[in-house]
Unconditional design. Structure first.
Length: 351
């Protein structure tokens, strides 16, 4: 199992440290450094800046939002980043959510599975440098009865095939991801539930495409907080607002993918309470209502030895790249967490 690092969103108050974190991850042998975007900083700018100042670590988008860019633009961005980084780019994409898609980009959030499938097909066709033409439900290239003509990407990517990842949560999305992508970006992964909530639908998609799980990258992001095992409860408390935001407030009452995931993990009653309080404006109450076990099972908390045990569970569940989101208010704390991640991987015999 390999390790990754997730820098999250730029502009979150630790921008000056993020480059140093990425460079330390590069020095320690981390496989990939991911950057996110929502409705603030964009991922490609951050990734180009990181790639220019690192040597070996891959840079990946987690995610480029499908409603934000046409598929041809995403192909141009991927090809450029792969060329500039010397073949170190990983393309992660996703549909985002209804609030961002419709509220920020003005793009209707409908038929996300069909839209994603077409998007991946067009991106890959464009990056193959064949003349681009496509007839689909969501995109038609070139537009009919106009001056447009099939064009060919002029940039040469460093590699013939740039790995494509899809951010997936629901069973149908996971199955399609297994069918059409090279990897899956997961969130709130519980090692004890991964077989049911993620691996099974991913495998079904692979089988549908006549493939196995061999070579497919199962890549969840897991927050990490280093400390004494006796302090696990207080370490978990640091992630209560984060968990409450996603389970309670990310999306609408009718359409919250993270809330549904918590329900599939057996926390249906608790997820409803968190959502009720969060949507009512009681964010503190929502955070307090998050079950400790939900946090503990979806994070890495405690000593290097305890973290190593959890890493073993993730590896046995089928994770191939474990992306860490190290906590800490200082650069020193975040670097210590990075180093602890490597120590734990070695301690578990997974390096």
């Amino acid at each position: 199992m390999k390790l990754g690092i997730n820098l999250g969103y730029w502009g979150a108050g630790m921008d000056g440290d993020n480059l140093a974190v990425a460079q330390e991850a590069d020095r320690l042998g981390y496989a990939v450094c991911w950057a996110a975007e929502a409705y603030g900083s964009d991922a490609p700018t951050v990734l180009s800046w990181v790639a220019a100042q690192t040597e070996r670590i891959d840079v990946g988008s987690a995610i480029l939002q499908i409603p934000a860019r046409t598929p041809a633009m995403t192909a141009m961005t991927a090809a450029t980043l792969d060329s500039l980084s010397g073949g170190r780019f990983r393309l992660g994409i996703g549909v985002s959510g209804p609030q961002v898609s419709e509220g920020w980009y003005g793009v209707k959030f409908d038929k996300p599975l069909a839209r994603t499938r077409e998007y991946v097909e067009i991106v890959r066709r464009a990056m193959s440098r064949e003349r681009l033409s496509y007839q689909g439900e969501h995109w038609t290239l070139p537009l009919p009865d106009g001056p447009g003509k099939p064009l060919k990407l002029t940039v040469h990517p460093e590699r013939e095939h740039i790995p494509t990842y899809i951010a997936a949560i629901g069973p149908k999305n996971l199955e399609q991801t297994g069918e059409i992508a090279d990897g899956a970006l997961l969130i709130f992964p519980s090692a004890e539930h991964l077989a049911e909530t993620a691996i099974a639908p991913l495998r079904a998609g692979r089988e549908k495409a006549g493939l196995t799980m061999e070579g497919f990258d199962v890549c969840p992001t897991v927050p990490l907080a280093l400390g004494a095992d006796a302090d696990v409860a207080s370490l978990a408390d640091t992630f209560r607002p984060y968990t409450a935001l996603y389970v309670g407030g990310m999306g609408s009452r009718k359409q919250n993918f993270y809330n549904r995931l918590a329900c599939r993990m057996g926390y249906e009653k608790e997820a409803a309470e968190v959502q009720d309080k969060y949507l009512a404006g009681d964010k503190a109450g929502a955070a307090a209502a998050v079950p400790h076990q939900l946090i503990d099972s979806t994070t890495l908390l405690g000593s290097v030895e305890r973290i190593a045990e959890r890493m073993t569970a993730y590896a046995e569940a089928g994770v191939t790249t474990l992306t860490l989101a190290p906590s800490g208010f200082t650069l020193e704390e975040r670097v210590a967490s990075l180093r602890a991640g490597v120590q734990a991987l070695e301690h578990a015999g997974l390096a």
